[in-house]
Design a protein around this ligand. Structure first.
Ligand SMILES: [Ca+2]
Length: 483
């Protein structure tokens, strides 16, 4: 299990979205504190070595669109970037080991960047983007290679769930959130009426994704998505994002100046990716533009629209902090084990603070993000809706808790095991090796604590007479080393 938000999320498009947001609000800071994954030392190769190649490529005629020809010749980006951003790239192979992330592959793709972007014209045309728009918006694009470092960054240290909550749910952010709620009470009321989504959840998303619009990244979304659509290991995914960004600009919902965001292309108050904007953005104030960057009614309603689509149940909470009894079988603490609250009570689980559960028929799963020594949580359907914004349990817990605090709720009752610390990458690797040596782990050790590692750890813990919580603590590592 990963206790932290999964920052290098790869599995689904939404992963990137919120990953990008967190990169801004938390992870960048975390990574910087922990030291960059790539060394600071410049590589021996001069970053300017490929600029000439790019210029050459751009001066060539644009590639003829394959098969379906568009009615106009494909316009090509006219100018390329100058050395500015190129200087920032490490010039090193990516840590993922993906063949498209080697320094040579990146250089080759960068040299072909102009042709690559021009090659998107037929698809842009099919989507209704005019030639004038295509020319105008692609004219100044350049390969922002620093993104390749960011994409393959593998921080040595990640944050514990309690550190993560401490960073995200602060008194200052709660105070600011309450101001935002008071100031926009009428809009929140109208949106609640229209979409049936709790205002505190929307305010929590807005506060954590962009700190109420004050942090959202400063890279051109079109430029970042063009870079990622032409260079690196996720080109297919980012091609769709790039084309969606072009559509948004062509329709005039936003200007390129407004569409600035994270390196992965998430932008605005809600950190939507361009494709998410296309799906969920709403012109709630009917000024003719869908604007999730600086139009408050649109920001609030667009967030609500996404939650509505993701199954938010009106009038219900996301979950409860619970006390888990000693000797509890933690194999029940699994997202696939969805029992009724009544069944959880039969297993000895109690609501923290002694209050009764309001509805014992609701189904929930048990989350113990810090294992048997930390608080438990029973998570209802709305928690899964939050996880569709970002599939990290730590993220969803932070959003749910922040929403409760905005509503006037109290901090969690139980203590986190703050004496524990999160394992480093080397230690995670060692944990997997030790589990493999004892026959509990069959995968290839990779330093990433996924579901297979958690399963193996649980089996080991059960065999050793420990609570099978799957929590990769420094304590369990010491025990594995010792015997
Ligand atoms: Ca609007």
């Amino acid at each position: 299990m990963r206790k932290m938000a999964r920052f290098e999320r790869e599995e689904s498009p939404w992963l990137m979205v919120a990953g990008a947001a967190l990169t801004l609000s938390v992870v960048t800071a975390v990574s910087i504190m922990a030291g960059p994954a790539h060394g600071q030392t410049a590589s021996g190769r001069g970053p300017l070595s490929w600029i000439g190649d790019i210029t050459g490529a751009i001066n060539q005629p644009a590639a003829t669109p394959p098969r379906q020809a568009a009615p106009s010749p494909a316009p090509a980006p006219r100018r390329m970037a100058q050395a500015g951003s190129a200087k920032e790239w490490s010039g090193e192979d990516g840590a993922s080991g993906h063949p498209l992330m080697t320094a040579d592959a990146i250089r080759n793709s960068a040299a072909n960047f102009g042709r690559c972007v021009a090659g998107f014209w037929p698809e842009a045309h099919r989507r209704g983007v005019s030639e004038a728009s295509f020319r105008r918006f692609t004219a100044d694009l350049y390969p922002d290679l620093r993104i390749m470092d960011l994409m393959d960054s593998q921080p040595e240290f990640t944050k514990s769930v309690w550190d993560y909550l401490d960073i995200l749910v602060t008194d200052a952010r709660i105070a600011r959130g309450r101001e935002v709620l008071a100031k926009n009470a009428a809009t929140f009321a109208a949106v609640e009426k229209a979409y049936g989504v709790d205002r505190y959840i929307i305010a929590a998303i807005w506060g954590i994704e962009s700190n109420y619009g004050t942090q959202g990244g400063d890279r051109s979304v079109l430029n970042s998505t063009a870079t990622l659509a032409c260079i690196g290991r996720r080109q297919g995914y980012f091609k769709d994002e790039f084309l969606a960004a072009l559509e948004i600009l062509h329709h005039g919902d936003l200007t390129p100046q407004q569409m600035r965001g994270s390196w992965a292309g998430a932008f605005g108050a809600t950190q939507f990716m361009p494709t998410a904007f296309k799906k969920f953005a709403v012109d709630f104030d009917r000024d003719g533009k869908r604007n999730t960057v600086d139009d408050v009614p649109d920001i609030i309603a667009s967030t609500a629209a996404k939650f509505k689509k993701d199954g938010w149940s009106q009038g219900q909470t996301w979950g409860y902090e619970v006390e888990v009894p000693r000797g509890f079988n933690y194999l029940h603490a699994d997202r696939t084990k969805n029992y009724t609250i009544g069944q959880w009570e039969q297993l000895g689980v109690r609501r923290a603070g002694g209050k009764p559960f309001p509805r014992t028929g609701d189904k929930a799963f048990l989350l113990a993000p810090a294992g048997a020594d930390g608080p438990g949580f029973l998570m209802l359907g709305n928690f899964r809706s939050i996880m569709r914004y970002n599939p990290s349990e730590a993220y969803a817990l932070a959003i749910g808790h922040f929403a409760d605090r905005l509503r006037g709720g109290q901090p969690f009752v139980q203590e986190w095991p703050r004496q524990e610390r999160v394992l480093s990458r080397d230690e995670r690797f060692e944990l997997q090796q030790l589990l493999a040596r004892r026959g509990f782990y069959r995968g290839e050790p990779d330093g990433t604590l996924g579901s297979e590692t958690k399963k193996a750890l649980r089996s080991y813990q059960a065999a050793a007479g420990l609570p099978a919580d799957g929590f990769a603590s420094s304590g369990v590592l010491a025990r594995l080393r010792g015997r």
